[in-house]
Write a protein that binds this ligand. Sequence first.
Ligand code: PRX
Length: 634
Amino acid sequence: MSAYDEFQRRSVEAPEDFWAEQAKLIDWQTPPTRILDTSRPPFVDWFPGATINLCHNAIDRHLPARGRQAALIFVSTETGVERSYSFDELHAEVQRTAAVLQALGVGKGDRVLIYMPMIPEAAFTMLACARIGAIHCVVFGGFASGSLASRIDDATPKLIVSADAGSRGGKVLAYKPLLDEAIRLARHEPDAVLLFDRQLAAMDLTDGRDHLAAPLLERHRDARVPCTWLESTEISYTIYTSGTTGKPKGVQRDTGGYAVALAASMKHIFDGRAGETYFSTSDIGWVVGHSYIVYGPLIAGMASIMYEGLPTQGLDQQPDGGIWWQLVEKYKVSVMFSAPTAIRVLKKQDPALLKKYDLSSLRALFLAGEPLDEPTARWIADGLGVPIIDNYWQTESGWPIITIANGVEKKPSKFGSPGVPMYGYKVRILHESTGEELTRPNEKGVVVVEGPTPPGFMQTIWKDDRRFVDTYWKTVPGKMVYSTFDWGIRDEDGYFYILGRTDDVINVAGHRLGTREIEECISGHAGVAEVAVVGVADSLKGQVAMAFVVPKDGAALADDGAARQLEGEVMKRVADELGALARPARVRFVSALPKTRSGKLLRRAIQAVCEQRDPGDLTTMDDPAALEQIRQLS
Ligand code: PRX
């Protein structure tokens, strides 16, 4: 048995011993005496009784040895700001922010919703929440008012923290009007709104509710805010993600388990060492940003780069198309994390840009969020000359489920496969309808995880234990296992291949979106009778959303002008309510949608037809002409 296989075997057969050892990677106020409690499956309590603080582990514990070392490096090619914060400086910034949060009435267990661009103040706010035991709920800045409003209602935050604007490709995107509209739409009203003013867009302030951050921070310049020790099982944060229904799920994470999981992953998977620099190109609005821009690298004593801007040259010739590699050279990045989509974008540029900078500090590039296609993997592997490590995971898991743990034992990657199950995970492939385990190589089934789930894995859905159990743990007949909602196969060497989602979730440029949310938004247009949204393969973005709409008025079917107008309105509605990210690539008008005789929409058949694949068994279909119409339009 290889060293990694042995490591993995021990992690699942003797989880107490295994995780007790990993727990030593972090600082506890009360160290764990019990490792896990599985008395209420599928819920798991990790390190019950122990007490800990995430911010202490990310900052304070490093101060004696590396107070003056860089902790957070902020680079914006949008505003031209570049600034490095040492652990000492980060400590001061986070305490100031924590004092402001407290002055605005935020205490332990209160929710703070963060709707911010990629600026250091976003990381300060997250860490400040962790410091005082408040629960942060970061909402991706690319989401618009409708999405934001539903998250405000679910999280019921005491405070919302935001900024005047973000910027992308030189285009300023004002956040404040979107936030005001979201608060207007929401049923819940926050007590206060804290606003960072970057001087990019004017802000209308609401008296008594809105507070500018600068004067408050100045007032608390020298604040000393001690860490509030939390029980390991208390909540660190929630983060919303899409699923099968239109209502987003608040993925809830604990504190101690998460800290241990991240520290262990930094060592065994990312092989990142204290004093080095980590660069993840993700956004703090996504789980990768939580785990591998903010908490993971800092817990490991690494400097983390936070980058605001495009990866390639925009219309205004900014930035340099080799900006990421320039940062690798300048800050001697040893570990980098990005998404396949970004690499496909870079691939369109002059390949010489990859050779222009000294990349000798870089040991590996990790890619996640969507399937990594072989041509992209080969191109970047050849260009960088370092291992490219595909890693498969989800918002729910918080850290990789399937990849290669080169920090434990070097193992070759295989193109097209993220690798093997990580320590702590019992990954199985089950037959979709019988639930039988598929053990022969290359049999396709649903990828599931058997409990107990490892540290760092979601605890539950915020305020909805029942939905957590029903959504994730009851999909396979006769077995209580966690469904990833991904199809997969395993080859004869035990390497897994992920073949796409089993549900209505799509992946556009590495961003996870629910087609149901988009459908609900489009159905709200007065001219729409019915709609189906599916994800269709796209060579650059992985997938794009396609909407098939049955209009109320036949004009959009008969007349090109009317169709174009309705298409424009539908697209605008989605962009305004959900965000540009969710806007369908195309809207097509049809007289009927393909359904089963019992009225169920045949999304998979629509998707197959759009991708010129065989739609499979259609014997239950009510109206074959409807699918034919879609075939002709796609
Ligand atoms: O379908 C899988 C796909 O992205 C989903 C999770 O997305 P999200 O919750 O945004 O978390 C991303 C964390 C990296 C998965 O259910 N996915 C993620 N990574 C991969 C992937 N598909 C194939 N290969 C991957 N490496």
